[in-house]
Structures are given as structure tokens and as C-alpha cells.
Design a protein around this ligand. Structure first.
Ligand SMILES: *Cc1c(COP(=O)(O)O)cnc(C)c1O
Length: 361
């Protein structure tokens, strides 16, 4: 077996140990005599999978009983609609920070539900940075402030989160969830598609304060009401069972690595290997993000010409470094180095970049 280093932005690499465990258990899950793919979501084995995944995520983030963890379908994109449907109350406005095309999509959905305002946008600079905290001026009648923690396409990330006082902070952490510790006391509601950092496509992890979710609009369609999912422990209907199972295994793997502080340290030093090459050859590798907004998950850069970029992708792929083409909307190159990307992958990419520079400068 020769596994390549997959720098794809998502779905992305999963830890090899997790994939091996899935393989070992695929035909007979926890001595049940059947596959996780075949069993009832009401079966005791699945109950345990669901409960442990929730408990392990809470443990990793240091959350107490005031919080719930939900596993939902519909992708992070459905949360763009569900968030305002649940939390954008009459007479208030949804406040948004626009740092990426995903943030813009969230705003667009909120506008369909109620009043929404964009407090800051880096769109004019093609989303090359996140705001300084003093650039966000919250209106008093905000129902919430919504931010995108890591901007997957553009390669920027918040390294500090705003203090919003009494106004609830909501974050789309799809592409940096569980990659570092976060000050959860600042947040009321977090959501993340699992397919970047913690699982396969098809499952969304919601991490929410119970009192924030409780008692919202009872007239919402049942499946779009977070409270229904909270009251039913994500088992109102058939959940994305296989995805939840893998998210649970990844959470256990993260605990085994030493938790989120260890992951953060590793992720920063992995990303640094690549940023260092970019900074060494500034005339050749053109880092996209402003330095203090740089993401430790998605590293975006360009080369002097599109021809060189195409050549880079071709030669990297031939060398076992895959998925480096930038998002179709922005072009250039992007190396996604989530939790599961081994350090060896980043070392190999950094070495490839150094050699590519020498051969093509
Ligand atoms: C990938 C991504 C999304 C969209 O996720 P889907 O699960 O495909 O709907 C939303 N926000 C961010 C930050 C993302 O990285």
C-alpha cells in the first residue's frame, strides 16, 4: 500500500490509525456481529458510539453540562440557514463578519430570513485577512455575531476571538474545529462540517450552550429546529451514522495524541515548515494572506505565472503530494494541513518547494 500525502481542502486526510480501526471493525462492530453500516441507530452499540463521540468532544474542549454536542446532516451550508432561522429573532439583526466566500454565503442566507448586517468585509482585498478585533463594532440590537473562524479557500484564520459581551458569538469553525484549544466561554454556538478536520463528509458537528438553543421558534420545520435535535440527542431521525462513528474515532485519536494544546503546537510547527519556504523566496512564492491572519490549516500562495502553478501541481502530484491546486474561485495553490496531515507530509512539501524554486526561479 502506498498512501500519498493528500493536501486536499476537504474532504481531507483522516488519521491512518482511524482508517485502520474502521477497517478492522467494518464487518463486526464491537462484537455485535454486524457492521456499523447495517445496524439500527437505536441499537445499544450505536447509542454508545453517539454518546462517546459527544462526551469525547466535550472533554477535548473542556465543556461542562451546560453544553450539548449535536450531529446533524445537511453540511455546514445548511447551518447558514438554520442559524438565522433559530436565532435571528424579531426586531433584532444578525451581525456578520465577511472574511470569505463561505461567510458571504452565510450572510446571503440570513438575509432571506430577517435583517442582517455585515460589520466588516475584506472582500475588496480578496479576503486576504480577518479583522482586528477593534474593527468589529457591534450594534446593540444584534441577535448574534457570526464569524468564520478559518477561511478555507483564502487561507486566513482568527487567532483571537472578539469579546461580544452579552451578544452571543456564533462561529463556523468547519476548517479548524479541534485543531487547537478555543476559549469556549466566548461562544454560544459553534458549527463545523466534519470533512476538513475531524471526519468524512455528510456530518456536521454543532457545539452549543443548551440555554441558547432552548425555547426558540416552535413553528420552525421540525428538522430545522436545533432544540428538537438537542432534546433527542441527535436521534430525532436517522443520523449520519457512519460519519458520527468516524468523528468519534477521531476524537479518541485526538485524546490519545494528548489533546488540543498538543495538536495546536504540532499544527503550527507543521504549517511553519511551508510558510518558511514562502517567506524565504518572497519573489517567487507569493503568500496570499496577510501575515498575522495566516491560517495554520490552509496555506495559500501563488507563483509568478499560471504556467508555473500548473507545472508545480503536476510535478507535486507525480511526487506523491496531491490536492495542491487552489480553490476554483481564487486559483493559485493551497496546501491544507489539517490535524491528520503528518509532519512528514509538510517536510516533503517544503523540500519539494525548495527544489521547485531552484529549478524554476
Ligand atoms: C467547507 C466549508 C463550508 C461548507 O461545508 P459543507 O459541509 O460543504 O456545506 C462552510 N464553511 C467553511 C468554513 C468551510 O470550510
Amino acid at each position: 500500500m502506498s498512501r500519498i500525502f493528500n493536501f486536499s481542502a476537504g474532504p481531507a486526510m483522516l488519521p491512518l490509525e482511524v482508517l485502520e480501526e474502521v477497517q478492522r471493525e467494518l464487518l463486526d462492530c464491537q462484537k455485535s456481529g454486524m457492521s456499523i453500516l447495517e445496524m439500527s441507530h437505536r441499537a445499544p452499540v450505536y447509542d454508545k458510539v453517539n454518546a462517546e463521540a459527544e462526551a469525547d468532544i466535550k472533554e477535548l474542549l473542556g465543556l461542562n453540562e451546560d453544553w450539548c454536542v449535536l450531529f446533524l446532516g445537511g453540511g455546514a451550508s445548511l447551518q447558514f440557514s438554520m442559524v438565522p432561522m433559530n436565532f435571528l429573532t424579531e426586531g433584532k439583526i444578525g451581525a456578520y463578519v465577511d472574511t470569505s466566500s463561505f461567510s458571504a454565503k452565510a450572510v446571503k442566507e440570513a438575509e432571506k430570513v430577517g435583517a442582517a448586517v455585515t460589520l466588516f468585509s475584506s472582500k475588496e482585498q480578496k479576503y486576504n485577512r480577518v479583522p482586528r478585533l477593534d474593527e468589529i463594532k457591534l450594534p446593540a440590537n444584534a441577535a448574534y455575531l457570526h464569524i468564520t473562524g478559518n477561511n478555507t479557500i483564502e487561507g486566513t484564520e482568527y487567532h483571537n476571538y472578539p469579546d461580544t459581551g452579552k451578544i452571543p458569538l456564533i462561529a463556523d469553525l468547519s476548517s479548524d474545529i479541534l485543531s487547537k484549544p478555543i476559549p469556549t466561554e466566548k461562544f454560544s454556538f459553534i458549527y463545523a462540517g466534519a470533512q476538513k478536520n475531524i471526519g468524512p463528509g455528510g456530518v456536521v458537528v454543532v457545539i452549543a450552550r443548551k440555554d441558547f438553543v432552548k425555547g426558540r421558534n416552535k413553528n420552525l420545520p421540525t428538522m430545522l429546529n436545533y432544540e428538537v435535535h438537542m432534546d433527542n440527542k441527535s436521534l430525532y431521525n436517522t443520523p449520519p451514522v457512519f460519519g458520527v462513528y468516524i468523528v468519534g474515532l477521531v476524537a479518541k485519536w485526538l485524546k490519545k495524541q494528548g489533546g488540543l494544546a498538543v495538536m495546536q503546537e504540532r499544527n503550527i510547527s507543521k504549517a511553519k515548515l511551508i510558510y518558511d519556504v514562502i517567506d524565504k523566496h518572497l519573489d517567487f512564492y507569493r503568500g496570499f494572506a496577510e501575515k498575522d491572519s495566516r491560517s495554520y490549516m490552509n496555506i495559500t500562495f501563488g507563483l509568478p505565472s499560471e504556467e508555473l502553478e500548473a507545472k508545480f501541481v503536476l510535478e507535486a502530484t507525480a511526487g506523491g503530494l496531491d490536492g495542491l491546486k487552489g480553490h476554483r474561485s481564487v486559483g493559485g495553490l493551497r496546501a491544507s494541513v489539517y490535524n491528520a496531515m503528518p509532519r512528514a507530509g509538510c517536510e516533503k512539501l517544503a523540500e519539494f518547494m525548495e527544489n521547485f524554486y531552484l529549478a524554476n526561479r
